[in-house]
Design a protein around this ligand. Structure first.
Ligand code: SF4
Length: 478
């Protein structure tokens, strides 16, 4: 059964059970219905009202006629040949697009989600920052990515476990149709979601704290015990450092982790790498992160992207040690991932080794992170939707087919589709009558051309045999 996607239908994704209850009240005044629907969507991964079998049939029909559960549509996916990492380009209801990444782990997969279309902060090392800012994502669009990635993760695991009798690779077995979690039929009623769980990191496109309300709302819905029930320890919010919002997040009592994208140890360099540094000096940012650590009881993660000749000198490492010793934190070092349009270079292995040597004995926990998915532009700072990545691994067949499907899913039942054949018929009749008036003959003219969109033999409507017409024409030629 197909999920309704008309814009006339109100979307219930991104609403908590109380908000769903208020929305569906004209259809079902019983409050427990909203909890049932919430459970179906988030706990069981069912996005079609017709498949919610503990609701009565008339109620399912009424819900389907007025509401929808709209997930983002897949436009394109690309999988790494090196690791179990996949990047998905998703289309939103207004045709904006975003990217999100599935990072396969041995125990729990990690979902890297976006919070904005583009980003207004324009960090020098980040491809998203070069796109500029388009708009904030709604809580529904943020949650849609999580639900999409959960389905993709489940499918990936099932494919990995399946024996490949025909020698096909896992990515060959996936079809564009399979990729859409929004379409379900009666056979998908038995939920197959594993209880394995997953991590969510807000490290995709955009600055999560710049879209504060929607990010927090999405986190609260993710944590709801009747839905995804993800603990705060499984969620990390990454920020370039907005002090007031960091403090506000600390007071929300969500239990989530905070990753500060530090990248520089002086205000001067920070301002060059992250324009936000001018507005938010390092001292204020570090004071806010200290407040967060005290409030949440969790260590902060200091993310430090190493850039050749910019911030990879031993003097930078020493200043980083002094910052780290003033905070309950751990340090994640990441060598810069190159992106088109970003003119900075990653450091040499030797420079990384020197930097790490200065840090190790002095700083708390230091991890040199291996960037997963850099071969498909899915690593840190590489997400960008305004350039087509013609990279190895992109399934061209899917790239051509799916945009059309994505468009048709977003398309509503507009009158144009229904009236067009009538209009065409009317136009054809008018032309026929004109022709009859000119020639004084009745009957349809011969049309020996192939009808558009049809295959097979040319479409003939004349009662006269084609040979007769051909011979007449020959007779008239000089
Ligand atoms: S690093 Fe984050 S804040 Fe900076 S431009 Fe990229 S997405 Fe925006």
């Amino acid at each position: 059964m197909q999920v309704t996607t008309s814009r006339k239908h109100k979307d219930i994704l991104g609403l908590d059970p109380q908000e769903i209850a208020a929305l569906i009240e004209p259809v079902s005044p019983k409050t427990y219905t909203s909890r049932q629907i919430f459970g179906w969507v988030y706990a069981k991964g069912v996005y079609d009202f017709y498949c919610m079998h503990n609701l009565s049939k008339p109620l399912r029909r009424a819900l389907s006629s007025k509401f929808t559960i709209r997930l983002p549509a897949l436009v394109r996916s690309v999988s790494s040949h090196r690791e179990r990492v996949s990047k998905y380009l998703l289309s939103l209801s207004d045709r904006s697009s975003i990217e999100c990444v599935l990072i396969g782990m041995r125990d729990k997969d990690t979902f890297c989600v976006s919070t904005q279309v583009g980003c207004r902060f324009g960090c020098a090392f980040c491809a998203t920052g070069r796109m500029g800012f388009e708009r904030n994502l709604s809580a529904s669009e943020i949650l849609g990515q999580v639900l999409f990635l959960r389905s993709a993760s489940e499918r990936d695991r099932q494919l990995v476990q399946r024996p490949f009798l025909d020698g096909a690779r896992p990515d060959k077995l996936k079809s564009a149709e399979d990729e859409s979690p929004g379409r379900q039929d009666e056979s998908s009623l038995a939920p197959t979601l594993s209880p394995r769980g997953f991590n969510v990191v807000f490290m995709g496109m955009g600055e999560p704290l710049d879209n504060y309300e929607n990010t927090v709302k999405a986190i609260r819905i993710m944590q709801h015990p009747d839905g995804l029930a993800i603990g705060g320890r499984r969620i990390t919010v990454s920020t370039c450092g907005i002090p007031a919002k960091i403090k506000r997040l600390a007071r929300e009592d969500l239990g989530v982790g905070l990753a500060l994208s530090l990248n520089a140890t002086t205000d001067e360099l920070r301002t060059k790498l992250t324009p936000a540094g001018r507005q938010f000096p390092l001292k204020r940012v570090l004071e806010a992160t200290r407040y967060f650590a005290e409030k949440s009881g969790r260590r902060i993660t200091l993310e430090y992207v190493l850039i050749a000749g910019i911030n990879d000198r031993p003097s930078d490492a020493k200043r980083l040690v002094s910052i780290a010793s003033s905070l309950p934190c751990k340090i994640n070092l990441i060598a810069l991932n190159s992106s088109p349009g970003v003119k900075l270079e990653p450091p040499s292995d030797e420079a990384v080794r020197r930097f790490v040597q200065v840090l190790y004995p002095r700083a708390p926990t230091v991890t040199l992170r291996k960037s997963k998915g850099s071969d498909i532009m899915a690593a840190c700072g590489q997400l960008r939707t305004d350039i087509a990545p013609d990279k190895p691994g992109v399934d061209k067949r899917r790239r051509e087919k799916v945009p059309e499907r994505a468009r048709s899913r977003a398309r509503t039942h507009t009158p144009r589709r229904r009236t067009e054949p009538n209009k065409r018929r009317g136009r054809a009749r008018g032309e026929r009558e004109d022709r009859q008036a000119r020639t004084g003959r009745r009957g349809r003219a011969t049309d020996n051309r192939r009808a558009p969109g049809r295959t097979g033999a040319p479409h003939r409507t004349s009662k006269r045999p084609p040979t007769a017409r051909t011979s007449t024409r020959r007779g008239r030629s000089p």
